[in-house]
Design a protein around this ligand. Structure first.
Ligand SMILES: [Zn+2]
Ligand SMILES: [Zn+2]
Length: 332
């Protein structure tokens, strides 16, 4: 397990809110992340009930700092100890999926927020591994529709795996269900730069999932709301403040957790306008009123100025804020 950075007061606050047993903290290491309010979530999800595990808490940069690295974005929904939904499969999440005990055989679907590499880069590998499991039922893969330089979800899979021209054409059995592979059942959700209507996804009778189109610059993108037993978790996905319909649809939703994808806008090498700034995350959290806000999609450039970011967020949202690490498990 990676180093756990203690931030005693905020951690205690988070733990008391969450009611979970603390993991014994290792000695803090000298790092710029020392002031980060870590959630200290257990890396093993509970055997009963629903939980969302953060497989990958990082962004597109390959970084190693303070004794830990972060895979690109990925989440795994557990219901009563069984993995049921994989949401994104960013770079590096293949290994985290294995560490978490993930299996494709029991998944109801794979959901994709968008087709940037830090969210979909390991999808082919996760599927390839799943091909060695015993699954025979088709597997829905649900994600955004197409735009210039972004294939839609179905086309993405065809370009990745298709027998004729796929990059991994040898795995083309996933497209048509031949060669002892389970068939992928892709679905493109209309996004219209974040202005399209939310779409309910009929993937399970045990919980509901709604895909909410968001604005992420030129990339068609979705956020997701998962609701189980009257408790909702909201995943913003990568989204800019132009995601006005997302904000309007979910204002007052009061989810148990809001996972916000956190990026410092305009940092060196970072295209502008693709993400909410910390202040805009605070505004969003203030409107949705989650019991807790968890920042993920973390990179050193967003972790280093955390004190300023937390101050900016607090202008809009007064609740608990913590920062996710890979494999953190959040019970609903
Ligand atoms: Zn991203
Ligand atoms: Zn992105």
């Amino acid at each position: 397990m990676m180093n756990r950075i203690a931030a005693a007061a905020l951690t205690a606050l988070a733990l008391s809110a969450q009611g979970c047993a603390p993991i014994t903290a290792q000695a803090p290491v000298a790092t710029t992340t020392a002031a980060i309010p870590r959630a200290e979530q257990p890396a093993a999800c509970p055997a009963t009930g629903a939980a969302l595990q953060v497989l990958g808490s990082g962004g597109p940069l390959a970084e190693w700092a303070g004794g830990e690295g972060r895979a690109g974005t990925s989440y795994l929904l557990w219901i009563d100890g069984t993995p049921r939904l994989l949401i994104d499969a960013g770079s590096g999440s293949f290994l985290r999926f294995a560490e978490a005990g993930g299996k494709l055989a029991s998944l109801d679907a794979i959901l994709l927020t968008h087709l940037h590499a830090d969210h979909a880069g390991d999808l082919g590998d996760v599927l390839n591994s799943g091909g060695f499991e015993t699954r025979t039922a088709p597997l829905p893969v649900i994600g955004p529709d197409s735009a210039e330089r972004f294939p839609g979800t179905g086309e993405f899979l065809a370009r990745l795996l298709g027998k004729d021209a796929g990059a991994f054409a040898y795995n083309g059995g996933f497209i048509d269900g031949s060669e002892a592979k389970f068939r992928l059942d892709p679905r493109d959700i209309p996004t219209a730069a974040g202005t399209a209507a939310a779409a309910g996804l009929d993937v399970s009778n045990d919980y509901s999932v709604v895909a909410h189109p968001v604005n992420h610059g030129p990339a068609p993108a979705l956020g997701y709301v998962i609701e189980w037993n009257g408790k909702a978790v909201v995943i913003t996905g990568d989204q800019s403040a132009l995601s006005e319909r997302f904000l309007a649809d979910l204002t007052g939703a009061k989810p148990v957790i809001l996972f916000a994808h956190h990026v410092i806008n305009g940092a060196e090498g970072q295209p502008r306008g693709l993400h909410r700034t910390p202040a805009q995350i605070g505004e969003l959290a203030g409107a949705l009123a989650p019991a807790r806000l968890v920042l993920t999609h973390n990179m050193q450039r967003s972790l280093a100025p955390m004190a300023e970011s937390l101050a900016a967020i607090s202008a809009g949202y007064a609740g608990a804020v913590t920062v996710a690490a890979d494999l953190d498990c959040y019970a609903l």
